[in-house]
Structures are given as C-alpha cells and as structure tokens.
Design a protein around this ligand. Structure first.
Ligand code: ATP
Length: 364
C-alpha cells in the first residue's frame, strides 16, 4: 500500500467493494494509479469497470473501503467537490449553447467573470484544436469534433484526474483510431492523470501506460500493455487480449531444469512451472509467433482457411493431431499459399505460455 502523502499517487482504492443488494459489482479492489499515468480499466461487459470509475468520480459510494485522491480520503466527499471530471460516451453537450458556451459552462457555474470564462474556454478549445469552431452549435459538429468539445469542457476546470467512460465508443472505426492517438498525445502533453474505461482490448493496448484487466469485479492482471500481451498470467488474460492459439498438452516431466511437455505430437522443454508429470495443460501461443516452414521436427498441418487482411495474411491450419492453429504473417508480396496445401509449422518453445487446463476453456 502506498504512503498517503506520496505525490506520485493520484488515485488510490483501498479494499473497495461495491454491492448492489446481494450482488457484488466490485470486489475488494486495491489499486494505486500514478500521477500523470494513462491508466485503463479493461474487461468484458459487466466486469465492474464502470462501477469502479463511478466510485472514483463519487457517483457511487463504496460499500466497503476507501477512495483517495491525491492522498486525501474522499470516500464521503460528493462528486461535485472531487478534483476529477468525467467524460462520457454520449458527449452530453447542451444543444442550444455554442461550443464556446458549452466549454465555458463549468466556469459559469463557478461564477468566474465573463472575460475569464471566455479566455479559459478558448484555451481549452485550443488544446483540442477546436478554436476555429467556437461559435458553432453541437449539431454542426462531426462526432469526433463533438467528442473533442466534450473533452475541452472536461479540461477547462484543470482537473487533476480525468475519468473517461468509453469516450470513443460512439465513433466509427477510422475516427476512433485517430482519436485514440490524439487523446494519448493530449494526455502526454497535459500531464493529467487519465483513467479510461473500455472493453476494447486493442484500444487499451494502444493508449495505456498500464492496464487493469477486470473479471467479476476483481483485477485479474495489472500490467503494461506489453506485459499483458506477451506474458498473460492466466488463460482468461491470454484469450481476452489479442488472438491466441490454445493447444492441448500433457506434462511428461517437471523439475528445476524445466517442464517437458508433449503437444502436437512433439516433446518440447519449457521453463520450470508448478505442474506435475501427467497433468493436462493448455499451451497458448500468438498467431504471429508461428511460421510456415521448418525442419522435420516441426509439426505438420494442412491449410484450411486463408484471410487476406491487407497488411497481413491470416492462415488457419488443421494439424495432424486434429488441433487448429491460426498463423499470421506479413503480406510481403510473396506467392499466396493455397487452401489444402501442407506445411510444417515452426515456433520457438519460449513463445509458448503454459497454463493448467481449465475445463471451461478447453482447446480445440
Ligand atoms: P459495461 O461495459 O457493460 O458497461 P462494466 O464492466 O462497466 O460493463 P458495470 O457497469 O460496472 O460493468 O456493472 C458491473 C455489474 O454491476 C453488472 O452486472 C451490472 O448489472 C451491475 N450493476 C451496475 N450498476 C448497478 C445498479 N445501480 N444496481 C444494480 N446492479 C448494478
């Protein structure tokens, strides 16, 4: 647990639980978000990420535990008195006010002078590059521009922490990708702590310094994007983040020198792990870590499906033992493989992650 006076911690949850009746939405969460960090709560629908954000904002009060902002316990402080601002997916702009007046609105509530309202609202609009559209009404803006106006309104009060609940969810894919990069660049420039909620793992990987992957009201892995992608700590994380091949295996021997596993009709040695000879295991490997080709020690398969994705080819192989492997390779302009074609599939054992087999997530 962090020192409460530590200026490096912007948001802290200590043993926070939230129950709605007998249902536990957030289950004893301990979390410290660093000042200036782009922190993402990621997970499937219903995992508790929005409730966690609402607990930080003060829209919900914890059933148990404490919420601290900048080292101060705000568990009992109402939302409007907390030094945070929330941006929602539906931009919630006032349709009858101009963009400038929308952005100035929080300052009007605080009864700042007209001149100061205008100056600060214009500065916020410049941050999101909307200064040229200050006089328009929200209906005269595109979806991306409306979202930027909502961001400017959130930034105008200079919050220490910005809470963002699926803020890009209503945008089409191309704009969403552009806004991801813009939002990340803006966060770096302003140095404000962002707590971002999304169910989109690719968005989380692109934008975040750290990600808390949630399931059933708990954090199952808190990690950097590379940590979560390259070293998932559970089958759930391996499957939720990116595409993953799950292959059935059996432990031949296990000791300090390594774990010998039989899979795809081959034996291979993996780093030591807490499994015993005879255990059924699941091995996870990313599609881009598989290669076509390899010597006679590489398992053989037959190409079943081929998808052309522009930059990449996605190839699905049926292996000799019946398992199915997805392989991705860059479109290097070489000849296309043809369905039905046999190939050996090579990979390095160090790219395999080993998990005890979960009967609910059996490999195909
Ligand atoms: P989504 O991506 O669908 O918004 P989420 O991960 O943000 O999902 P939450 O909104 O935090 O999930 O909800 C977590 C669980 O708590 C869900 O099962 C939800 O139905 C339940 N829940 C949330 N708010 C309430 C409430 N006010 N009363 C009762 N149950 C609630």
């Amino acid at each position: 647990m962090s020192d409460p006076s530590d200026p490096a911690v912007a948001v802290e949850l200590r043993g926070v639980a939230k129950r709605f009746g007998s249902f536990t939405a957030v289950d004893h969460l301990d979390l410290a978000i660093r000042a200036g960090e782009f922190f993402t709560l990621l997970g499937a629908s219903g995992c508790g990420k929005t409730t966690t954000l609402r607990l930080i904002a003060g829209f919900e009060l914890p059933t148990e535990g404490h919420v601290l902002l900048g080292g101060r316990d705000v568990s009992e402080v109402p939302a409007f008195q907390r030094p945070v601002h929330t941006v929602f997916q539906n931009y919630a702009l006032f349709p009858h006010l101009s963009v400038l007046d929308n952005v100035a609105f929080p300052l009007r509530v605080r009864r700042l002078s007209r001149a100061e309202q205008r100056a600060r609202a214009m500065a916020a609009l410049e941050m999101v590059q909307l200064q040229g559209l200050a006089d328009r009404k929200p209906s005269q803006l595109s979806g991306g521009q409306q979202q930027r106006a909502a961001l400017a309104r959130a930034l105008v009060n200079e919050p220490q922490v910005l809470l963002l609940d699926e803020p890009l969810g209503a945008l089409d894919l191309k704009l969403r990708k552009e806004m991801q990069l813009e939002l990340k660049a803006m966060q770096r420039r302003l140095g404000i702590t962002f707590v971002f909620v999304t169910h989109d793992q690719e968005e989380a990987l692109t934008m975040s310094d750290r990600i808390a992957l949630m399931q059933g009201g708990r954090i199952v892995q808190l990690d950097t994007p590379t940590g979560l992608y390259d070293a998932p700590q559970s089958l759930y994380a391996a499957q939720f983040i990116g595409e993953t091949n799950l292959i059935a295996g059996r432990v031949v021997s296990s000791g300090a020198a390594g774990t010998v596993v039989e899979t795809l009709g081959r034996r291979m040695t993996l780093p030591p792990s807490a499994v015993a000879a005879g255990d059924a295991v699941t091995l996870a490997i990313r599609p881009e870590r598989l290669r076509r080709g390899g010597g006679t020690d590489a398992p053989e398969g037959r190409l079943e499906e081929l998808d052309f994705i522009g930059t990449d080819l996605r190839l699905v192989y049926r292996m000799a033992d019946g398992s199915r492997l997805v392989l991705r390779q860059q479109n290097d302009g070489g000849p296309m493989p043809t369905p039905g074609e046999a190939a050996r599939i090579a990979f390095s054992p160090r790219d395999l992650r080993l998990f005890p087999t979960d009967p609910e997530r059996t490999p195909q």
